[in-house]
Ligand binder design. Structure first.
Ligand code: GTP
Ligand code: SPV
Ligand code: MN
Length: 582
């Protein structure tokens, strides 16, 4: 037994005082046993095994339905190292305050020891974590989302280099809920929540916040990005990595189906990942990426055979559904699913519900947890330990105004500024107001584990180090008309925009130079088979000078908060102002 592991577990057990300690091995027998146990206690609910084999339903506490950014802390010794965009708590204070809540929090419960690997066995990209948790729901989710059990311990060997994650639901009291990260100690303590991004410590907490800190130290990039491969009719596959904020379309873009004329011509889409990318410079001087996860923790509402058929196929078996409607026949339903709603059912809180009630049946942030290997278009390369080479990096937000459908940055430095100045309307993926425009650099605002000024500097530095860097773009699927209707059809039709992006990477693709970057000409994007009038397209591609000058004011306020803003970012902002004639 690894002595560093056992002594740490002993120490944590002394604090949390569980009745039992159980090591999980990731086996099928264990899945069945834990599922049965959770059914018996009501932590999980049975679903119709003929229609949804291997699937279960979970309902969270009504006050525990999303990430809680105001309760998420970066605990570095120096406050400046957490930066202006993170909540900060001194490590001693955090250990003390959370220690009081953890003290005895597992009394009468089992502590599960969950060893897991983020990344592919044997890959230089990979990292080991161990999560101690009192939640079977968390164990079963980690089993889908990570390579869990023996494989992780084998990878760790006798090393003491592993992420120490402690998680307890405690009493699920939001007053006593904290998600604390200690990047300098390779440690995460999360207490008082059982929800996805708060409790599945391998995901946002480790694979983004802690890993972003590691990436900067070790010279690689850790990003909130999907990875998708586009195969052309000749059989060449090009890969795109795209960063959109939570609930802004990553899972959908990662699994899109090209429109019929492109399918007929031989284009194909391959899913590599839908949420997180770890990227390193490869021997060929390009940027190579892996998806460190093995599953999708996707937004259920809005997912249908019309919008995302590949996700619908993926969740037909071995899936955990969280906070969706339970139908009388033991299946699940959510708003935006193609099927008619059931005449009656139980809503996400387990209360009798009918569609006529006018209330939402599923929580807007209801989720599915499904194995990546279930996805019919999972890339043959998704477990390649070397990763896949990235041709284009795409940033995107949810903007009713300002940002056009797509534009290309002039170069890497300008692209970094485009990412740093990104903004998006808030969604239900995190607690708080929905629909408010906020700046969300690189879709990493809630996930950067260190000073974001240093993070921008790291991006700039990587650009100097990558001999053959990807080209950088910005997209916006969410521009609306005066009545608030989306101007762009989105979903599979986004393929057309990605195709233009790849054309640009290959020196093709028609564009005009504007103050914000290269925007497609009216003929630039192939609209074959799409009924979209020229006027709408003009509107989608418009660069409104006044709107951009207004946006610059907001950017200025945002960047003013940074004490470590690289001069290049400010310089790029001023250059844009000059190009806009402001
Ligand atoms: P996280 O898992 O929270 O990181 O979210 P995500 O970025 O993977 O977002 P996802 O693909 O799950 O989409 C979130 C919501 O946006 C869903 O309700 C989708 O139906 C909707 N959506 C996704 N793509 C599009 C699009 O192209 N156009 C429009 N209008 N809506 C979209
Ligand atoms: C996100 O909010 O970006 C998610 C869901 O992917 S969670 O795991 O809860 O963070
Ligand atoms: Mn996400």
């Amino acid at each position: 037994m690894n002595a560093a592991v056992t002594s740490w577990i002993e120490e944590m057990a002394k604090l949390t005082k569980p009745d039992r300690i159980v090591w999980v091995d990731g086996s099928e027998e264990e899945r069945e046993r834990l599922t049965a146990e959770a059914m018996a206690t009501g932590e999980l609910h049975r679903l119709n095994q003929e229609k949804l084999p291997g699937c279960v339903l979970h309902r969270t506490a009504p006050n525990d339905v999303a990430r809680v950014e105001h309760l998420t802390f970066i605990c570095t010794r120096k406050k400046e190292d957490a930066g202006p965009t993170n909540n900060w708590m001194a490590p001693e204070e955090a250990y003390r305050r959370l220690g009081e809540i953890f003290d005895g929090s597992m009394r009468g419960r089992t502590m599960y020891v969950v060893p897991y690997l983020m990344g592919i066995p044997g890959s230089p990209f990979s990292k080991v974590g161990i999560e101690l948790t009192d939640s079977i729901y968390v164990v079963l989710n980690m089993r889908i989302m990570t390579r869990m059990g023996r494989v992780a311990l084998a990878e760790l060997g006798e090393s003491a280099d592993f992420l120490r994650g402690l998680h307890s639901k405690a009493d699920l009291n939001p007053e006593r809920r904290f998600i604390c990260h200690f990047p300098e100690d390779n440690t995460i303590w999360s207490v008082g929540s059982g929800y996805g991004g708060n409790g599945l410590l391998g995901k946002k907490c480790f694979a983004l916040r802690i890993a972003s800190y590691m990436g900067r130290q070790e010279g690689w990039m850790d990003e909130h990005m999907l990875i998708v491969g586009i195969e052309d009719p000749a059989g060449n596959v090009s890969y795109v990595a795209a960063a959109f904020p939570s609930a802004c379309g990553k899972t959908n873009l990662a699994m899109m189906i090209p429109p019929a004329p492109f399918r007929a011509a031989g284009y194909k889409v391959w899913t590599v990942g839908d949420d997180i990318a770890w990227m390193r410079i490869g021997p060929d001087g390009r940027l190579w990426a892996i998806n460190p996860e093995t599953g999708f923790f996707g937004v259920a509402p809005g997912t249908s055979y019309k919008t995302n058929p590949m996700a619908m196929e993926t969740v037909r078996r071995d899936t955990i559904f969280t906070n969706v409607v339970l139908t009388p026949e033991g299946t699940v339903w959510w708003e935006g699913m193609d099927e008619e709603p059931p005449a009656q059912g139980l809503d996400w809180q387990g209360r009798p519900w009918t569609p006529a009630s006018g209330e939402k049946g599923a929580h807007p942030n209801a989720r599915f947890t499904a194995p990546a290997k279930n996805c019919p278009i999972i890339s043959p390369e998704w477990e390649n330990p070397r990763g896949v080479p990235i041709s284009a990096i795409v940033f995107g937000g949810r903007r009713a105004r300002v940002a056009p459908l797509v534009y290309q940055s002039f170069d890497w430095e300008h692209g970094v500024y485009v990412g740093a100045s990104m903004a998006s309307e808030t969604t239900t993926a995190a607690a708080g107001k929905v629909g408010v425009v906020r700046r969300d650099p690189m879709a990493m605002l809630p996930f950067c584990g260190y000073n974001m000024g240093d993070y921008f500097a790291h991006w700039l530095e990587m650009g100097r180090r990558i001999p053959n860097p990807p080209k950088i773009f910005h997209v916006n699927w969410f521009r609306t008309d005066e009545a608030g209707r989306f101007l762009w059809p989105g979903y599979g039709e986004n393929f057309r925009v990605i195709k233009w992006i790849l054309d640009r990477c290959q020196g093709r693709g028609e564009a005009r130079e504007t103050p914000i970057g290269y925007v497609p000409t009216e003929e630039g994007i192939d609209l074959t088979g799409l009924d979209l009038d020229r006027e709408t397209m003009r509107h989608l591609l418009a660069v409104d000078r006044e709107a951009w000058l207004g946006d610059l004011e907001d950017q200025e306020t945002f960047f003013a908060r940074f004490d470590r803003l690289p001069p290049a970012i400010h310089g790029q902002m001023e250059a844009l102002r000059r190009r806009l004639g402001g």
